[in-house]
Design a protein around this ligand. Structure first.
Ligand SMILES: [Zn+2]
Length: 443
């Protein structure tokens, strides 16, 4: 489920998606400051930086080229197809169908959104299918097609229910506050965002199985608790979960999710089969870095600011577009259901522009979590530099990450520093050497 035209939902879910440690092949990043710190850091040993076998390197280059192309094709097509839907009167037809079907506003709103999501999904389907096909061919995914389709259907249902409630609220606000709806809706979006972040861990089991980490790996939990103690954190063992990712993918991952009482650490089971205990300790150290350094709260604040700007610009865009194209698009005013598509068009345009900004913030947090994680395992593993470097090797190799990704694409679309940069930094970073100070811990 791509939700290409529902960046509003994506905006609300932004803080959750930013807190990922490991990455999918499509998301990893580079940053200038990491390179600077790298240059300042002393070198350690003669370990080679992240490298792939010639065979895997060829695979990684092929995947990388396809991902870059698909990423931008998908974004541009998302915007272009929405313009076409408006210009060809298809959005007006959805509105007519919904209004004719019932006089009840709730029925109209949900039916309009259903038609909108169906068309949106069909338009994005070729790219979704190709990406899943590619993941299967390269062995990154082991999910059967029926299971994949089932996941898409569940995501569609969720988008319809949650999106439908948001659409009803949005149009109620637009009718009540014709000139200030962007501000009023922004006010509503704050508690909705907080609730969304809180609720995500309870929605995740719809897609994957979660079990207490303690149940399968009590020895690992005991080790992780050492990292927890060092950070003076409050993550009891019952907040640590094992996700059965191996039923669907071969890549590895771990992350912090939730908010307040729902906050938790999730480790994919694939990480445990591919990584050594020391490497898993580092991955967990990185995750607990997000926890200790308040990245979820920062992410929420960031998305609230983004929502403020996006809604204001969206309001202005809707006024302009309806005044300019309202007659030809058959959209009489902002209270018309079809105006939703105009607002989505503005969100698509802004989210395209905001992408490098958002990813720049994300890379900053990810690098900070890398530093924290490496410092946290000092004294717990024999050689933190080698452990970190090896962890990134495993991470990169499991997803065929490109050792030398396109620089522009890194800047634009990577939520994490590139795996090569992370490995090189980890290999070189040793703040316990004379003349250096750890950033987050006392020597
Ligand atoms: Zn992370």
């Amino acid at each position: 489920m791509r939700l290409r035209h529902l960046p509003l939902l994506l905006c609300l879910l932004l803080p959750i998606t930013r807190a990922h440690a490991a990455e999918t092949p499509a998301e990893h990043a580079a940053n200038a400051y990491a390179a600077q710190e790298l240059a300042a850091a002393p070198t350690h040993g003669n370990l080679p930086d992240y490298a792939l076998s010639p065979e895997d390197l060829a695979k990684s280059h092929h995947l990388s080229r396809i991902h870059v192309t698909l990423h931008f094709v998908d974004e541009v097509w998302g915007i272009l197809s929405l313009v076409l839907l408006l210009a060809l009167g298809i959005v007006a037809w959805m509105r007519d169908t919904a209004v004719k079907a019932s006089a009840n506003r709730w029925a109209q709103g949900f039916l309009f959104l259903l038609l909108y999501l169906i068309v949106d999904t069909l338009l994005g389907l070729p790219i979704s299918l190709y990406e899943q096909h590619l993941s299967r061919v390269y062995g990154l995914s082991v999910q059967s097609w029926p299971s994949w389709i089932g996941d898409e259907a569940k995501a569609f249902g969720l988008a319809w229910i949650i999106g439908g409630l948001l659409v009803m609220l949005l149009f109620w606000v637009i009718r009540k506050f014709p000139k200030r709806w962007w501000l009023v809706f922004w006010g509503f979006s704050i508690p909705i965002t907080l609730f969304g972040v809180f609720a995500v861990p309870y929605l995740s089991p719809i897609f994957n199985k979660f079990e207490p980490l303690q149940l399968h790996h009590p020895e690992l939990v005991a080790q992780l608790e050492q990292v927890v103690a060092k950070g003076h954190m409050d993550i009891p063992p019952d907040r640590m979960f094992l996700m059965k990712a191996s039923e669907k993918v071969t890549t590895i991952n771990a992350y912090v999710t939730g908010f307040g009482a729902s906050k938790r650490v999730v480790v994919w089971d694939t990480s445990l089969t591919k990584g050594t205990p020391d490497e898993i300790l580092f991955i967990f150290g990185h995750e607990s870095g997000h926890y200790v350094l308040g990245h979820i709260v920062i992410g929420i604040l960031f998305s609230i600011v983004v929502m403020f700007i996006t809604l204001f610009l969206g309001y202005r865009f809707v006024q302009w577009a309806i005044a300019r194209f309202g007659v030809s698009w058959r959209i009489p005013g902002q209270t018309d259901w079809a105006a939703f598509a105009v607002l989505m068009l503005s969100f698509s345009l802004f989210s395209l522009v905001l992408e490098p900004v958002n990813n720049g913030f994300s890379r900053h947090d990810e690098h900070a979590a890398d530093v924290y994680g490496q410092e946290a395992i000092h004294g717990l593993v024999a050689d933190p530099q080698t452990t970190v470097k090896n962890a990134f090797d495993v991470l990169g190799q499991s997803g065929y990450d490109d050792p030398n990704p396109n620089r522009f694409y890194e800047f634009w679309a990577f939520s994490h520093p590139s795996i090569g940069r992370r490995a090189a930094f980890g290999k070189a970073y040793n703040p316990w050497t004379p003349g250096m100070e750890p950033k987050y811990f006392k020597k």
